[in-house]
Design a protein around this ligand. Structure first.
Ligand code: 13P
Length: 283
């Protein structure tokens, strides 16, 4: 079952676009993301948190991924997002996942390096690529909740050492973005991003892509961000699509019909984010 991942994020480096990574919670979202990507000829990542793997089930996830590889021709990978358990990551790589994030960012520096390196050593020979995080974002993603006061920005000097010693393929940076929507106007530490970009030669990743102004994200892309994660705005669109559908058709009981209503809003968000990332026509 050896299959080498196409490193879509590396392909974006230096080309003033980023690959959008959409958190995918079920088959409807997977199809909405892939159909829109295909229409816009954009590379995409479908991000799967541990909670999603648990909800959908590993066999179903792998089945959907394998079916999608047959159906869609646009370049995409199913990507593990914020996975903390090394054994789970190894098992999912064995099952065919080719893009993973090991999140050991809550551990002290040396421990973060040790855990990430173990995943890199496993993933590399199996053709999978690895993202890791240094620093900590605030906000809520899945079961992971980090208070604003516990957020830690990425230290550029440590980032250089972290990348060299782990051998990761991309680095998620903490520069002021948060998981979930922002309470006030989001303020990013672009100076810090610039410092990191100067000393790190691999692609950089921006988490917390929901609720950021497009122009601000585009500025980070010019400064070295090659992958942008989006979750909350997709969840909101799906929920609002369903609410809207049921307010007009309160008696509807056919999931094929009400999911179709929700899918239209989902696809619009995917389209907007592909435009924001300038990834259309980059497949
Ligand atoms: P948002 O929910 O803020 O879009 O963040 C998504 C994310 O970073 C997933 O890892």
């Amino acid at each position: 079952m050896y299959r080498q991942a196409r490193n879509l994020v590396l392909e974006a480096q230096g080309k003033n676009y980023a690959v959008p990574a959409f958190n995918t919670h079920n088959m409807e979202i997977a199809k909405a993301v892939l159909e829109t990507a295909e229409e816009m000829n954009s590379p995409v990542l479908l991000a799967l948190t541990p909670g999603t793997i648990k909800y959908v089930g590993e066999e179903f996830i792998v089945g959907i991924m394998e079916a999608a590889r047959k159906v869609y021709s646009v370049p995409f990978e199913f990507h593990l997002d914020h996975h903390e358990n090394v054994d789970d990551i190894k098992r999912l790589i064995d099952a065919g996942i080719r893009s993973v994030m090991i999140d050991a960012s809550h551990h002290p520096f040396e421990e973060n390096i040790r855990i990430v390196k173990e995943v890199v050593d496993y993933a590399g020979p199996r053709g999978a690529i690895v993202e890791a995080e240094l620093g900590r974002l605030s906000g809520i993603e899945d079961d992971m909740s980090v208070d604003e006061k516990d957020a830690i920005y990425t230290n550029p000097d440590q980032a250089q050492e972290f990348v060299e010693r782990t051998g990761i393929n991309s680095l998620a940076v903490a520069i002021g973005t948060a998981h979930g929507l922002y309470k006030g106007e989001p303020k990013l530490d672009l100076e810090r991003l610039n410092e990191i970009q100067k000393v790190v030669d691999i692609p950089l990743v921006l988490h917390g892509g929901s609720g950021l102004p497009d122009a601000l994200v585009q500025e980070t892309i010019r400064m070295g961000i090659c992958k942008v994660n989006v979750s909350t705005e997709l969840k909101n669109a799906f929920a609002s699509g369903l609410r809207g559908y049921f307010s007009e058709h309160p008696e509807e009981n056919d999931p094929r019909k009400y999911f179709e209503g929700a899918t239209a809003e989902l696809k619009q968000v995917v389209k907007n984010k592909i435009n924001m990332c300038h990834s259309g026509q980059k497949a």
